[in-house]
Design a protein around this ligand. Structure first.
Ligand SMILES: Nc1ncnc2c1ncn2[C@@H]1O[C@H](COP(=O)(O)OP(=O)(O)OP(=O)(O)O)[C@@H](O)[C@H]1O
Ligand SMILES: [Mg+2]
Length: 577
């Protein structure tokens, strides 16, 4: 007989959650009933079994907190049942309380404990005692279960937290990896910039020295040309030498452009007009197999750039395009306005720009060529055919003008080179080409020539003498100042800028302070010129020719009231320098 009874508690048990099962085992129904009455007060679930078998069956079906066993039963004695229960792994810790009707000896007690009893209740059963004992074990069971639940919950939370941490860790690792990669890329970029910067310095320095040499060569050849007999063969030789030196001068100009040290004369330029004025000349340079198109957005704003250098840049790009299209093709020169956000285009600050795109349908560049195209002296055109300075010069011009150059190219898909130049303040375009003016007459002048390079000094002096002037040569700014203290009567000071000790610009400032009437001109090819300090200082670009020198003098001496002079001389002069 199996009976399951759930009794409503007589007194409210003091526990916060579910009931536990208490198994009552006795072969006498009356005793079972009496246990039930006694224990019902606990409010737990009482399960009754009339035999050992029933008891085992119940145990297997339910989770039992406490088993109350009568020691003497007909089928099985209580000790044996307890031993069987204990053998089962599930019930090794189940509390077993023995109820013994007969007087138990110490030996019996010992046997009971060995069989797995945790306590004894003697007969006659004292209800309070039985309740108290059962309650203790029921509570223990409940607390153990709660502890297990809490433990499981804790483990679940730990597992959850561990998973979260692992995820956060993976995220962190990914971010560290990303940052490291970004940092490495930035470092590589800085390294590349430093490399280009030092190449620029080196190139600038070399170009400066070459300029001085070429000045001497050109100046002397020019004067020599005037003295040699009128022999066409000799004249051809001299002209050949002059052309060679001039090509050298063009090369040094390109080197200075790459080094971002060329002297720029920015003007407000309307790009469409400038490009339109070049199309005819480009057509001649590129030949009939290349079609030239232009495409300008309406109202492209004006930009601030040196127009001559921009023309040279566009011409260079067109020549590159021609070289990439040996079978012919199409060259498109386009201009548009664009707003650039920070980081949109490498090297460009955010702002308003004019983008000039020169696009061809030529061979394009492979990855390696594209990467190296702007490196100075990088060329794929073979020795003697390309200097490899074209793109680096254009890049230098764009950067020096506050813009940037960008190349978009793929092998066999043509090339687009973009020049981004800052939009000029909205002022009227005033682009006048230098006009050769009629020669003006100029008196012989006393010119103080200052240059630390003796070859340049001697060359300039020779040119001046040949023009009928009286040069005085000094090799430093300090010497020039000392001489000016000692002697009066100089009409003009022509000084180099880059000199050890005091620079030409500093010298000019001192002269202006002490001898405000004395005009000063700066000769320089290598412009670290602090342009803003003396913006109105007349300049002569090295290497200069005798004509350039004559024009400068005419322009400057004009400013002075001419005293009564001996023999005047005719010189070619440009009014729009
Ligand atoms: N439009 C283009 N299409 C394909 N490749 C080009 C183009 N422009 C330049 N390149 C590649 O970039 C290299 C460098 O060009 P860059 O203008 O600096 O020098 P270069 O043309 O070789 O020499 P130089 O300009 O002195 O004649 C070229 O040799 C060529 O390989
Ligand atoms: Mg080129």
């Amino acid at each position: 007989m199996i009976t399951q009874v759930t009794q409503a508690p007589v007194t409210t048990p003091t526990r916060g959650d579910e009931q536990v099962n208490i198994l009552l085992v006795d072969d006498q129904p009356a005793k079972l009933l009496s246990y039930e009455v006694i224990l019902s007060e606990l409010g737990e679930n009482l399960v009754k079994a009339g035999s050992a078998n029933e008891a085992l069956e119940q145990l297997l079906k339910n989770d039992v907190a406490v088993v109350l066993i009568d020691v003497c039963m007909p089928d099985l004695d209580g000790f044996e049942l307890a031993a069987m229960i204990r053998e089962h792994p599930r019930f090794q810790k189940t509390a077993i309380i023995f109820v013994s009707a007969i007087q138990v000896t110490d030996l019996d007690l010992l046997r009971g404990y060995q069989a797995g009893a945790v306590d004894y209740v003697p007969v006659p059963v004292v209800p309070d005692l039985l309740r108290a004992k059962v309650r203790v074990f029921a509570e223990l069971y409940r607390k153990t279960r709660q502890l297990e639940t809490l433990n499981a919950e804790l483990e679940r939370r730990v597992a959850e937290r561990t998973a979260e941490l692992a995820e956060a860790n993976a995220d962190l690792e990914q971010r560290v990896e990303d940052r490291t990669r970004e940092r490495e890329a930035a470092l590589a970029q800085v390294h590349e910039m430093r490399k280009v910067e030092s190449l620029g310095q080196l190139t600038g320095g070399v170009a400066h020295d070459f300029n001085n040499l070429l000045m001497a060569v050109l100046g002397n050849l020019e004067i020599l040309g005037k003295f040699i007999p009128d022999d066409p063969k000799l004249k051809r030789l001299i002209d050949g030498a002059i052309q060679g030196a001039e090509r050298g001068a063009t090369l040094t100009k390109r080197m200075l452009a790459f080094a971002r040290r060329q002297e720029l004369r920015p003007e407000t330029v309307a790009v469409p007009e400038l490009v339109d004025s070049m199309v005819e000349m480009l057509g001649r340079s590129l030949g009939p197999s290349i079609r030239i198109d232009t495409e300008f957005e309406p109202n492209v704003p004006t930009t601030r750039v040196d127009p001559n250098q921009l023309e040279l840049a566009i011409l260079n790009l067109a020549l590159n395009a021609r070289d990439a299209m040996p079978q012919g093709g199409r060259l498109l020169i386009a201009a548009r306005a664009a707003t650039v956000g920070s980081g949109d285009i490498p090297g460009l600050a955010s702002g308003e720009y004019v983008c000039i795109a020169v696009q061809d349908t030529g061979s394009g560049m492979d990855e390696m060529t594209l990467k190296r195209a702007t490196e100075p002296f990088f060329t794929t055109k073979g020795t003697g055919r390309g200097t490899g300075l074209g793109l680096s010069m254009i890049d230098g011009l764009a950067a020096q003008s506050g813009g940037a150059m960008r190349i978009l190219s793929k092998l066999n898909s043509g090339t687009t080179v973009e020049l981004w130049l800052p939009v000029a303040e909205r002022v009227a375009v005033n682009r006048q080409r230098p006009v050769q003016a009629a020669p003006v007459e100029i008196r012989p002048c006393r010119v103080l020539v200052v240059d630390d390079d003796p070859i340049v000094l001697a060359g300039t002096a020779a040119m001046l003498e040949d023009l009928g002037h009286m040069p005085t040569e000094v090799e430093s700014a300090e010497r020039a100042l000392a001489l000016l203290q000692e002697q009066n009567g100089f009409d003009l000071v022509l000084t180099d800028h880059a000199m050890p000790g005091m620079t030409g610009t500093e010298l000019a400032t001192r002269i202006r302070r002490n001898w405000p009437q004395l005009p000063v001109a700066l000769a320089s090819g290598y412009t670290d010129l602090p342009g803003n300090e003396t913006p109105d200082l007349p300049r002569l670009s090295k290497p200069y020719r005798q004509d350039d020198l004559a024009r400068l003098l005419a322009r400057m001496i004009d400013f002075k009231p001419a005293p009564p002079e001996p023999k005047p001389q005719r010189l070619p002069v440009s009014a729009a320098e």
